[in-house]
Design a protein around this ligand. Structure first.
Ligand code: UT7
Length: 329
């Protein structure tokens, strides 16, 4: 296997902002409840007609620019998303055409909130194995397209956003991706899902009338699983690599709820300054959260080239993921 580095990172959120105060006008909620229970203040949402490939494009372009890689050099594109533009063709195909990545193949990957960690490790494997020299891993979701803005238990949580990294072969002394560990537990399916619109329950008048094309969540069950598993998967990966929590420079967890991140960080004995929390600005953007958090950590000086970073995610499925790396750009 060849060493692989993150050569570029790009992100994008749509300009339109939906604040907690805006949501107070839509459902029976209030800013204090949302802030206290989740840590979220506002989220960005797209205008009607904007799809996941549209927000993935500027993120991927920015990542390519930083990496100094042209579209024709990209060999592989993987898009982690729960909200593809349409069931088919894949968002990866749509993005490939928009980028002009004429030498790339690729596909979408359905892992919900673990979309980015899974896409990152899939693209890593492609470059490490020699299948290609440069790959793009995207985490992007337009959650506003599947959120029921009459359901106060879910509509306050989610936002839209995208992030992308370019992975390239690393030189022998360059900071590189170290390891990953993932698992899935299909018993968690009913706890967080969108019941209709797939092959089992195709769209019909009934499914629309019953509001089955929206996210349904048992928040308490997901919360408990997320707290337990974020810690468990992180510790497993650290132990395997003989690293202790305090040795890390940065811990970047999926951004679903401030309380989940803080509980996991406590158990990992992480200094709070090394824990990225930016869900106050974006809410839960599903596959977009981790690259958006990495970008913010870079912007505020907490993430630098060579830093030892642990990524962790828990999402619908359930999906659980973690990636350990030395930051490469
Ligand atoms: O990224 C995918 C993974 N998803 C997650 O990780 C989400 C995990 N779950 C959570 O983050 C939390 O469970 C929530 C934020 C969704 C809910 O927080 P909670 O502390 O578990 O609240 P709860 O569901 O137990 O609800 C407490 C109360 C209930 O009222 P009663 O039954 O005690 O009278 C709810 O009806 O709060 C009520 N409630 C609200 N009140 C005001 C629920 N949603 C709202 C709301 N505004 N938006």
């Amino acid at each position: 296997m060849r060493p692989v580095k993150v050569a570029g990172l790009g992100t994008f959120v749509p300009p339109k902002v939906l604040t907690n105060t805006d949501l107070e006008k839509l459902v029976d909620t209030n800013n204090e409840w949302i802030l206290q229970r989740t840590g979220i203040r506002e989220r960005h949402i797209v205008e009607k007609g904007v799809g996941t490939s549209d927000i993935a494009l500027p993120a991927a372009q920015a990542a390519m620019k930083e990496a100094g890689v042209t579209a024709d050099q990209i060999g592989f594109i993987v898009v982690g998303t729960t909200t593809p533009d349409m069931i088919f063709p894949s968002t990866a195909c749509l993005l490939q055409a928009k980028l002009g990545a004429v030498n790339a193949w690729g596909y979408d990957l359905g892992a919900a909130c673990s979309g980015f960690t899974y896409a990152l490790s899939t693209a890593y494997t492609m470059v490490a194995s020699g299948a290609c020299d440069h790959a793009i891993a995207v985490g992007a979701d337009v959650m506003s397209s599947i959120i029921d803005y009459t359901d106060r238990t879910t509509c306050i949580l989610f936002g839209d956003g995208a992030g992308a990294v370019v992975l390239s072969v690393a030189g022998p002394d360059e900071p590189a991706i170290i390891d990953f560990s993932h698992e899935i537990d299909g018993h968690g399916g009913p706890s967080l899902c969108m019941p209709a619109g797939g092959s089992k329950l195709p769209a019909s008048h009934e499914t629309v009338d019953q509001r089955l094309h929206f996210v349904k969540q048992d928040g308490g069950a997901v919360f408990k699983f997320a707290v337990r598993k974020t810690e468990e998967i992180a510790l497993r990966l650290l132990k395997r690599n003989n690293i202790n929590g305090p040795d890390l420079d940065l811990f970047v967890s999926h951004q679903a709820n401030r309380r989940i991140i803080e509980a996991a960080a406590d158990r990992l004995q992480m200094d709070s300054r090394k824990v990225v929390i930016n869900l106050d600005k974006y809410g839960n953007t599903t596959a977009g959260t981790i690259p958006l958090a990495l970008a913010d950590a870079r912007a505020d000086g907490r993430l630098k080239k060579g830093d030892l970073v642990l990524l962790a995610s828990v999402g619908a499925g359930f999906t659980v993921g973690s990636v350990l790396l030395r930051w490469g750009c």
